[in-house]
Each structure stands twice: as structure tokens, then as C-alpha cells.
Design a protein around this ligand. Structure first.
Ligand code: PMP
Length: 290
């Protein structure tokens, strides 16, 4: 039976409910994290909890748990659900309040932790790579809402995802207001050019991805040079390799962008090497403390 944590208590799936007055529901007022469980261990729990608290701080949302209490709550929920491999969704909403937008009527933020199965992409996507397209929907400008805030408000990403689906693609590249590449709807984007890695820096509208950070660490160990820089669609079209990174997708090769073949149209050698290194990192058994 699924055990869902809401504000210190566990509920079965059918009884886990939030108020219709929760500003998370009414206005997307809140923050969240998506985390993986591999072999009974929680991958990069510290980094996810840090990002959650930084997102909350940026939107003036006080989480009613210390960071250690949050880690304990997440670990406890994973244990309660007895999951060896899976996905954790942590949400902190502004809580229930009046119908108006003013968050001062919300006196108690809500913490929700859901532990479920991960919806994996088919193996063929990783072996053959995927096609992506550039969406007309732009990433929210960082001077409106910093891309590093992982908020409950994903509408422009959802619009871009709809565009991708309508075009028969799995993912869409999102540009920022100035036309530079920001990221995809739920993944960061990397290219390989002349043996170096390039990815958009957060100031271009990319989330500070934890998988992206892991790839940067692994690339360093493989003596690859990474540049966080400004990328245009030209850079994508003329790349030798391209791949996406995210907690759910891990590392997924991209072989076509807006109808242009990337490299020789097959997943590249460096992408493959990073994928193998990533696999070794996450699939090392890490067991939860007793
Ligand atoms: N960008 C966006 C918009 C995301 O929602 C995510 C997470 N799904 C990512 C990038 C990847 O971040 P992470 O590697 O931390 O999952």
C-alpha cells in the first residue's frame, strides 16, 4: 500500500488530500523536487533538499521543518513505502488561505512527500536517441522568476511540451526571451563540440539541474572540459553530439533537432561514455541508514 506523507502523517493514496483553498492549487504557489531512489539509496538527497530550501527562500516561503527534519521525513517515507527503485516527489505549498492571491492569509505551508514508481522511457530512446524541436513558448525570463526556483508553476513548460507532442517529439527545446537556448521542458541540454561540453548557464534560463551537476563532475573525472555559456540554435544544429539530462530521463541522446541531424544521426561517443559513467555512479548500492 502506498503511504503518502502530508504534514507529519501518512495516508493511503485514496485518503491523501489537500484543501481546495491551498494556494499551491489556486496559484501554483509553492516549490517542489523530484528525486530518484536507486538500489534502496536516495540519489543526491542533500543537493535536492538544499535546492528545495533555496527555491523556498527565494519565494519567501518558510518550510515548517529544518533541512535535517526534511531529510528524515523523506527517508522515512521511502522506508514506509519499502521502495528499492523509484521516484520521490516532494512538494511544499503555501498552504490553505483566502481566495485572494495574498499569501499572508496562508498561515501553514504544507509538506507533501509521494514515493512512487519511476516511469522510464523505452530503452530504444537511449539506444537510438530522440528527435526534439524548438518550441515557440519561451522559458519564463529570469528577471520575472529566476529559473533556479523550482516552483509549482510550470505553465510555459507545459505549453512547450504540448507543442512537442503535437509535432510528434518527446521533448522541446525552450529558448529564453533573447532567443538563447535555455533548456528543455523538464531536462537540461548539453552539446558536445570538438570534444568539449557546452551547456546554458542558469542566467540563460536553465534550472540548476542536479543531473547536470553530476554530469559536470563525471566529465571532470574523464578530463572533458565543460563550458557554461550562451548557446544559440545554430550551436545546437552544428553540434557533434547533443543530450538531455534530468532526474527522470537521466541522460538521453538527441539525434535530431528541428529536422537537422546531429553529428552522424546516432548517439555520440562522449554521450555514451558519460551514460556509462552515470550508470556506474547511480547503480552503486547506497543503503539508507537504519
Ligand atoms: N529543467 C527543468 C525545467 C526541470 O523541471 C528539471 C527537472 N525535471 C530539470 C531541468 C533537470 O533537473 P534535475 O537534473 O535536477 O532533475
Amino acid at each position: 500500500m502506498m503511504k503518502i506523507y502530508i504534514d507529519g502523517h501518512y495516508y493511503e493514496k485514496h485518503e491523501a488530500c489537500v484543501s481546495v483553498f491551498d494556494h499551491g492549487l489556486l496559484y501554483g504557489d509553492g516549490v517542489f523536487e523530484g528525486i530518484r531512489i536507486y538500489g534502496g539509496g536516495i540519489f543526491k538527497l542533500d543537493a535536492h533538499v538544499r535546492r528545495l530550501y533555496q527555491s523556498a527562500r527565494a519565494i519567501l516561503l518558510e518550510i515548517p521543518l529544518s533541512e535535517q527534519e526534511m531529510k528524515d521525513a523523506i527517508t522515512g517515507t521511502v522506508k514506509a513505502n519499502d521502495k528499492e527503485d523509484g521516484y520521490i516527489r516532494v512538494l511544499v505549498t503555501r498552504g490553505a488561505g483566502a481566495l485572494g492571491i495574498d499569501p499572508s492569509s496562508c498561515t501553514k505551508p504544507s509538506v507533501i512527500i509521494i514515493v512512487g514508481d519511476i516511469q522510464l522511457y523505452p530503452r530504444s530512446y537511449y539506444q537510438e536517441g530522440i528527435a526534439v524541436m524548438t518550441a515557440a513558448s519561451r522559458r519564463m525570463p529570469s528577471d520575472c522568476l529566476d529559473a533556479r526556483v523550482k516552483s509549482l508553476n510550470y505553465l510555459n513548460n507545459i505549453m512547450a511540451k504540448l507543442e512537442a507532442r503535437q509535432a510528434g517529439c518527446l521533448e522541446a527545446v525552450m529558448l529564453n526571451k533573447e532567443g538563447y537556448v535555455a533548456e528543455c521542458t523538464g531536462d537540461n541540454i548539453f552539446i558536445v563540440k570538438d570534444g568539449d561540453l557546452y551547456m546554458p548557464a542558469p542566467c540563460y534560463g536553465a534550472l540548476d539541474g542536479i543531473t547536470m551537476e553530476t554530469i559536470i563532475e563525471l566529465a571532470g573525472a574523464m578530463a572533458l572540459t565543460c563550458h557554461q555559456s550562451a548557446l544559440t540554435r545554430y550551436d545546437l544544429y552544428t553540434a557533434d553530439e547533443c543530450f538531455l539530462t534530468g532526474t527522470g530521463a537521466e541522460i538521453i541522446p538527441v539525434v535530431q533537432i528541428d529536422g537537422r541531424c546531429i553529428g552522424d544521426g546516432k548517439p555520440g561517443r562522449i554521450t555514451h561514455g558519460l551514460r556509462e559513467a552515470f550508470d556506474k555512479t547511480v547503480r552503486q548500492p547506497v543503503h539508507l541508514a537504519a
